[in-house]
Write a protein that binds this ligand. Structure first.
Ligand code: FAD
Length: 386
């Protein structure tokens, strides 16, 4: 143990939106928190994302995941304004809602079903005829058949969110060690219990009472000192490519979806088009095929996109657990070890509720939200080191 490294209350592995949100809340509670990040803060999935906050637009049932997503969105306005107040960074949290276009028979079938269940569940979803859509978004494809409007789905500028989270956490005293890779977790055992004791990094060992795995797509690669994997479920990287364009005047105002893609207007005059869903390992290449498919789907939504200048292309890795749901909560066998990973397509949306629930678990030992559906116990063999 490096003598200069005093014990921390909490070590968080991963400085993405999940690790930084939790760090901020724990820092506010007065805990000694350190975030360990292999690269720079917020440069992986959390940088690549679109920032759509959409519990409704893609939901087909009122399940536990839907409820968690709605609960997180309900926290967002306060989350964004608190961060703005503390850091001066405007997150561009926007509430215009989402318009979802039906362009084909298959679209109509799927959207009709979604409309029916959401309407009967009393959710705020509206059906729009083409004239109505054209009034809201004059540049939308004139061949559209009808659309659904989800006024309660929102968006945030995720890159600004990352800057604000890092700044806010730092103000509470959270330490950030960047360019620092966690090599493995330190696990101690005595006769009747196993508990986490800290982490070993390429800058030395650190002791901590709690360790939180928030390492996104790399979460299941973490091991104990013997080299044995700690997380037996697989968090798989799922590549998503994106393009941004210079937006024309008059600008697009809403996030616009089709079944194959989406467009996200930013206040800066940038329009983002996404995305692909690819299993390509840890390869973050932007490919010709990926770009071609995004452009094809984007021009189906707004045909005029073909004339726009491309500003940037990029790709990121969505962390996907085997059942697509996030993995949240305490390890039932290793005291002090917590999971906050597997947020797949919704980590920006789920950041506020993840920060709230995981920090409650650290501080009080219990969460105000039922996390059982998201526990690692749902996977048959939950602790590989056991
Ligand atoms: P990450 O942001 O990937 O952060 C994990 C961090 O852990 C990384 O910085 C990594 O370097 C670090 N790390 C890993 N291993 C180690 C180690 N051993 N030691 C130290 N550090 C380590 N979500 C939405 O809600 N809305 C959207 O519109 C949306 N759009 C998306 C579009 C794309 C193209 C992609 C790729 C994702 C999108 N997502 C969206 C999903 C969202 O980006 C992710 O769910 C979220 O960013 C996950 O956050 P994270 O902090 O878990 O992971």
């Amino acid at each position: 143990m490096n003598q200069s490294s005093r014990p921390r209350d909490v070590a968080i592995i991963g400085g993405g939106v999940i690790g930084c949100s939790i760090a901020w809340r724990l820092g506010q509670a007065g805990l000694r928190v350190i975030v360990l990040e292999r690269n720079r803060i917020g440069r992986e999935a959390s940088h690549a994302a679109g920032g759509i906050l959409a519990p409704l637009a893609e939901a087909d049932s009122d399940d536990d995941f839907f409820k968690l997503s709605v609960a997180s969105l309900a926290l967002y306005a306060d989350f964004a304004s608190e961060l703005h107040e503390v850091t001066g960074i405007d997150l561009e949290y926007r509430t215009e809602g989402i318009i979802y276009l039906a362009l084909s028979d298959e679209d109509e079938l799927e959207m009709e079903r979604r409309w029916q269940w959401q309407k009967s569940a009393g959710l705020n979803v509206k059906r729009l005829d083409p004239d109505c859509v054209r009034k809201l978004e004059p540049l939308a494809n004139p061949a559209l058949r009808w659309a659904l409007q989800f006024p309660d789905d929102h968006q945030v500028n995720n890159r600004r969110l990352m800057s604000a989270l890092a700044a806010a956490a730092q103000k509470t005293g959270v330490e950030f060690w960047t360019s620092t890779e966690v090599r493995h977790l330190l696990i101690e055992e005595d006769s009747n219990e196993r508990r986490v004791a800290g982490v070993s990094t390429d800058r030395g060992k650190l002791r901590a009472r709690f360790v939180i795995i928030a390492a996104g797509s790399w979460s299941s690669l973490l091991t104990d000192e013997t080299g044995q994997r700690l997380v037996s479920f697989q968090v798989e990287p799922v590549r998503g490519q994106m393009i941004s364009f210079e937006m024309p005047a008059p600008p697009i105002r809403h996030v616009i979806y089709s079944r194959k893609g989406y467009l996200i207007p930013r206040l800066s005059g940038i329009l983002i088009a996404g995305s692909t869903t690819e299993c390509a390992g840890y390869d973050k290449s932007v490919t010709a095929g990926g770009i071609a498919s995004i452009i094809a789907h984007a021009t189906e939504i707004v045909p005029g996109i073909k004339d726009l200048a491309i500003v940037e292309t990029w790709a990121g890795l969505r962390p996907r657990a085997p059942d697509d749901w996030p993995v949240l909560g305490l390890d039932p066998q290793i005291r002090g070890l917590l999971y906050a990973t597997g947020h797949y397509r919704n980590g920006i949306l789920l950041a506020p509720i993840t920060a709230k629930t995981i920090s409650e678990l650290v501080i009080r030992g219990e969460s105000s939200v039922n996390l059982v559906p998201f526990s690692i116990t749902r996977f048959a063999h939950h602790s590989g080191a056991g």
